[in-house]
Design a protein around this ligand. Structure first.
Ligand code: ATP
Length: 241
């Protein structure tokens, strides 16, 4: 039973990595229901490792992960997906021979999002329903990857580099969808993004990782107002939080 007083996602002292060796150390962060939170940082900072660990694709090395107050660290991805934790992975992971409709059908849970609600969020998908994923544009593929994650009505949506390989104009169209997912569905959204300025336009708050450590956190407004701090955090010049 979800704990109504808890954060949607809470990480406490999370160590995450590979073969028991952490590349992310002591990460503490939270996301509230209806909140959009960006996870920023330079290449190799540990952003994907963090998302994959929350989604259950890899076991944490140490620390606690709670969703609505429930401890979930170490639970496998398929169980977390059923419990409302959805990941849009880097690279989208689509089946190029399946149509958009087939992708959405496969992702349906017990109480799928009504088709109309999905099409309100992602209207561009409607005209593509019977096309195979392999013939869609990059932006349409990314919309499908997001749509597939939304049909199961996630409580927590994790999105890894939605803008990868896409033109800036498409990125400007895609990122605001995350804001609507949070406000219309009440989901907590944690997203990784390389385009910092675009990310801070849609996020409520952001965390910056560098070399696996949290080096900066604040509201999107605070970070937009302090580009000097943001730049230093990317260069590794900000004291470890
Ligand atoms: P990017 O923005 O480049 O995607 P990131 O912030 O998402 O980077 P991660 O992909 O989480 O960073 O990588 C963090 C560290 O973990 C890097 O040093 C990377 O080389 C290492 N790493 C990633 N995947 C593995 C793996 N399968 N085995 C061992 N080390 C890995």
């Amino acid at each position: 039973m979800p704990d109504a007083t808890a954060h949607r996602l809470q990480l406490d002292g999370l160590d995450a990595g590979y073969d028991g060796v952490p590349v992310v150390r002591g990460l503490t962060l939270h996301v509230q229901p209806g909140e959009v939170v960006a996870l920023l940082g330079p290449n190799g900072a540990g952003k994907t490792t963090t998302l994959n660990t929350v989604a259950g694709l890899q076991a944490p090395v140490d620390g606690a992960i709670h969703v609505d107050g429930e401890p979930i660290a170490g639970r496998p991805a398929h169980k977390l997906a059923r419990a409302g934790v959805a990941l849009v992975p880097e690279g989208r992971s689509l089946f190029f021979n399946l149509t958009v409709r087939e992708h959405l059908k496969l992702a349906e849970g017990r109480e799928p999002l009504a088709k109309q609600d999905l099409m309100d969020l992602l209207p561009e998908l409607e005209k593509c329903l019977d096309r195979k994923a392999g013939v869609l544009s990059g932006g349409e593929q990314q919309m499908l990857a997001v749509g597939r994650a939304l049909v199961s009505r996630p409580r927590l949506l994790l999105v890894d580099e939605m803008s990868l390989g896409l033109a800036p104009v498409i990125v400007e169209r895609l990122l605001p969808i995350l804001r609507r997912v949070a406000s219309d569905l009440g989901a907590g959204v944690l997203f990784v993004e390389q385009h910092v300025a675009s990310a801070l336009k849609v996020a409520d708050r952001a965390y910056v990782l560098n070399h696996g450590r949290l080096v900066l956190e604040g509201t999107a407004q605070e970070l937009r107002d302090r580009p000097d701090l943001l730049k230093s955090s990317y260069l590794g010049e900000v004291a470890v939080a």
